[in-house]
Design a protein around this ligand. Structure first.
Ligand SMILES: *Cc1c(COP(=O)(O)O)cnc(C)c1O
Length: 308
């Protein structure tokens, strides 16, 4: 079975985030802990997979084949879901065989791995790329890198449901907007679709401007037929996707100590630091209530040596 039974729905706690710079500015933040949805599967990549799993099940497939790098949160979530729900998974990896904590987990979860080299991986967008793989694995359903596209975004609409269900318990009647990290912008697009213009979604770009996130979001929103989307993108990349500097690492350490919540440097740490900068620049009025999405990714920070 690929698609989980309805009583197996991940629970992501929504918690107040208490940090001195938020309190000083009078901004209320609640954090949606996608890092805690399941002991094996974590983060936004699960939500991006949901509609792909449904489509795979409808097509009669027995499992999923997809691609990613040696630290891929997407492949990690996919392999964990396969183990958890009992379907076959195959991962096509960028580069040459490498042992990372992520790769060790993929193998432990039972994912079959193929290393494509760099040239072979670059060919992933070419027509005919999937043919030999589909010949080799006729029972498996192919999912694009990162689980992106409109289907990936559709699964992320659930984030709004998770928040709505927990607002009361938090003592909030409503909220004013969302703040979350963007890599491809698929997760943000899903929340934008769910809000349908009601509340703005602010995206903190973990990748530089030229990665086409704005175009990708626009394409998804258009394809879904949403006429008046409400979102805004902010640069949070600090000079490059895997670029990490000491102010960022110090900020993450301080935040972890103050909040007890773990963050990683590539997405969630950068997103929260970018929020701090906007809060301090006066972007939000006092009394603004924001939902910060903790998109997970903690598995990827093990054994990762960032570029500084
Ligand atoms: C993949 C990822 C993102 C980015 O998600 P997109 O849908 O590609 O924008 C953000 N945070 C973490 C932890 C991720 O692994």
């Amino acid at each position: 079975m690929l698609f989980p039974p309805s009583d197996w729905l991940p629970k992501a706690p929504l918690e107040r985030l208490h940090l001195d710079w938020l309190e000083t500015a009078g901004i209320d933040v609640a954090i949606l802990r996608l890092d805690l949805i399941d002991p094996l599967i974590s983060g936004n990549k699960w939500f991006k997979l949901i509609e792909h799993l449904k489509a795979a099940e409808q097509s009669g497939a027995k499992g999923i084949i997809s691609l990613g790098g040696a630290h891929s949160n997407h492949l990690h979530a996919l392999a964990a879901a396969g183990k958890r729900l009992g379907f076959a998974t195959v991962g096509l990896l960028r580069g040459h065989p490498l042992e990372t904590p992520t790769v060790n987990d993929l193998q432990a979860f039972g994912m079959q791995l193929h290393w494509l080299g760099y040239g072979g991986y670059r060919a992933r967008h070419e027509a005919g790329f999937w043919e030999p793989w589909q010949a080799q694995y006729p029972d498996l359903f192919p999912v694009p890198e990162g689980g992106g596209g409109l289907q990936g975004a559709h699964g992320c609409r659930q984030l709004k449901t998770l928040v709505s269900e927990q607002l009361n318990a938090l003592g909030w009647r409503d909220y004013d907007g969302w703040w979350l990290a963007c890599g491809t912008g698929t997760t943000l697009a899903g929340v934008v679709l769910a809000e349908a213009g009601d509340r703005p979604v602010y995206g903190a770009l973990a990748v530089p401007d030229d990665h086409g996130v704005a175009q990708q979001v626009e394409r998804i929103v258009e394809e879904a037929g949403l006429r008046v989307p409400a979102y805004e993108l902010f640069d949070a990349s600090r000079g490059g996707f895997a670029k990490v500097d000491s102010p960022l690492l110090e900020f993450i350490e301080q935040t972890e100590q103050a909040s007890g919540i773990p963050f990683e440097p590539l997405y969630t740490g950068k997103a929260l630091l970018a929020l701090k900068q906007q809060v301090e620049a006066g972007t939000f009025a006092r009394g603004t209530r924001l939902i910060f999405v903790h998109t997970g990714g903690l598995q990827g920070r093990r054994g990762f040596s960032p570029q500084t």
